[in-house]
Design a protein around this ligand. Sequence first.
Ligand code: ADP
Length: 486
Amino acid sequence: MNKAGSTLLTKLKTLRFRIFLTIMLTGLLPGIALSFLFLATMRDRGVASDVSGITTQVQLLNDEIISGGYLTDLNRDDVRHSLSAIGNVYSGRVMVMDSGLRVIYDTYEMYEGRTMVWDNAIKSLSGSTESTYDTSNHSVTVTVPLADSHTGEIMGVILITKSAELMERNLTYYQNIVVISLVALFAVVFYLALILSGRFVMPIRKVKFQIVDMSKGVGPGVMNVPDVTETMEVSRVFNHYNQQMKMLDDSRQEFVSNVSHELKTPLTSMKVLSDSILSMGEDAPVEMYREFMTDIAGEIERETDIINDLLSLVRMDKKDSTLNISQVNVNELMELIMKRLSPIAEAAGVDMVLESFRPVIVELDEVKFSLAISNLIENGIKYNEEGGWVHVSINSDHRYCYIRVEDCGMGIPEDALDHVFERFYRADKSHSREINGNGLGLAITMSAIRMHQGEIKVASTLGEGTTFDVRVPLKHIDEGEAVYDH
Ligand code: ADP
């Protein structure tokens, strides 16, 4: 489609055009229909008045024709005279037929003596007055029965054709009035439709202008179109959405700056370490080289950990990331995780206990779920003291598997509880320096549990310990069919 065509199509599809069209149609259609009705009524009335005039005239003639025996004595000049006078009055034609439809009198003397079988004449022989309006000849033809006034017997039919020119002249006059009225109506409705359609779409246009302003950073930054309830509602929903987008943008920016900072710290340490070795030149003792290189290796390991954690998070964040679901024996999985973590626990002097109430089989992505639970147990060990303990328990009901990781460690301050699942958040900054970590562990755990349509909750008392409660459905629920009960 060419440009002009598509612009026209766009215009025709606008709400304003639809409203305009609706007003035009509702305004004009009744007017047009009424005009046609009016003209048809005027014509019917014209015909009816002609028919009634002719019928009255015929009634006056009836006795003269019947009683005078005109139907049998065809030479009654007085009757012929009266009939021809009527013909003159109506500038038309008069015919009289007997009961056998033989024409006895014809103004034009064309059919006299012939039998004419006309529908209306046949009907009038049964007693009814019939009329037809011939639009091409502009004439009204009326057939009236001729009845004996004493016996009521129908003796014949009189047919009068009358010119309808006068009636039509009247009709043309009315038609002109109707056309002028319709043109006036069109002008008024067109004007109204133009004004009203513009008014009706104005709130929507305001919404558009405000969005454009907001996208350019002009104006107050919130949408406010209180003109109608609908735009009030749109403003409310839009502002809510906008706020969420802003929050998302803020958290993205914060995330990027955190990532940059976290990645820079080990690099800065490495730079300082390598610079100090280099500044010593060849005199530096081998032990110092070794010590510095060990530190550099530690920083590299830290950097690698951060990058690995970030990659895990990003993979889980992806909308299309899929779970590799299989039937997993959670009891065996927990034993395996704790076995893997036992060297760390031993080094920290923390005791690990696994309590299992029943064997639990769950449909899980084993790798992601292990990562989630490992982080919790590892934290239980990390944020603990020598001689402390970490208690892991497994339970289930008919729908869910419950895993609790409890420790008697340092606990989390109340105001930090809401933030521990945020990326790069570390509750106690003074401890963070002593205890290794990057603040990504719990964020990874939360993402992994959510991917399983599960839930995680934390409770903690500062100085007494922390408890993480995880709940996942026994049967894997696809994202689309997930139902959360909060
Ligand atoms: P980190 O790498 O710092 O451990 P996490 O995301 O795993 O990052 O934890 C976020 C913060 O929550 C930690 O820095 C710590 O302050 C706090 N935290 C997490 N688990 C525990 C726990 N079991 N006991 C005390 N504090 C905890």
